[in-house]
Design a protein. Structure first.
Length: 240
């Protein structure tokens, strides 16, 4: 028979235990908690959005922005008396006929580059020396603008411009200094680069076609350190 401990006796027992310096150790069998990972916050930096683009080999120039630059020009009289421009034209012809990109690049103005337009009122594309070196190999399709027929002309420099140039340079042509020489034209042919000297490279056409297959390329030049370089080229031909 078990004796029950009265509440008073239990209270006295607790007092005795505490005052005697005894300690009861509470044991727990709970599982250890994982050590938390400290996340260090930092200032978030917004990364730029990358846009994939195809690098154009030419720079599109507004047709209204054809202008001169700081390269020093000589007077028309001195230009026409200088033999260097005709040598430049012969070297340009050679580069076209042999697809020599290095030679072509050496002829392009190191300051302005070379403006090219397929039509008198077409798009102007500008090539620097580095770009000019690649023109015979590049397959980049350029929008040269609308032909007189109204159809858009698109294609690489080598597919569009070179054949048109060779239609003059592979024929018997004449050179005229600082004058626009054309065949029968239904429009006014003008040189839009004030202050830039140029040559007309003119093919008169053939009698079998009533000379309506005439063609002219104007070759503009600027002088850099006393040497002429290609500045701009543009063509004219018969338009109905």
């Amino acid at each position: 028979m078990h004796k029950q401990i009265t509440p008073v006796a239990l209270a006295i027992l607790c007092v005795v235990v505490v005052t005697s310096g005894c300690t009861f150790q509470l044991s727990r069998n709970s599982a250890s908690l994982p050590t938390p990972t400290i996340v260090t916050t930092s200032t978030l930096t917004t990364l730029p959005t990358l846009v994939a683009t195809n690098t154009a080999i030419a720079t599109l120039i507004s047709t209204s922005s054809a202008s001169t630059n700081s390269a020093r020009q000589i007077s028309p009289d001195n230009f026409c008396a200088d033999s260097q421009p005709q040598t430049l034209i012969n070297n340009f012809k050679s580069a076209l006929q042999t697809s020599n990109g290095s030679l072509l690049a050496s002829l392009v103005s190191p300051i302005h580059g070379l403006d090219v337009r397929d039509f008198r009122n077409g798009q102007i594309m500008n090539y620097d020396q580095q770009q000019a070196q690649l023109l015979f190999d590049s397959t980049d399709r350029i929008d040269w603008g609308a032909a007189p027929s109204g159809l858009e002309t698109k294609g690489s420099f080598n597919d569009v411009i070179v054949p048109a140039l060779l239609k003059v340079f592979n024929k018997d042509y004449t050179l005229t200094c600082d004058q626009v020489q054309v065949g029968g034209a239904t429009y006014k042919a003008t040189w839009p680069y004030a202050g830039i000297n140029f040559y007309s490279v003119y093919f008169a056409g053939t009698p079998n076609n009533n000379n309506l297959d005439w063609r002219t390329w104007l070759i503009g030049m600027e002088y850099v350190k006393g040497q002429p370089y290609l500045y701009a080229i543009m063509q004219f031909f018969w338009e109905p």
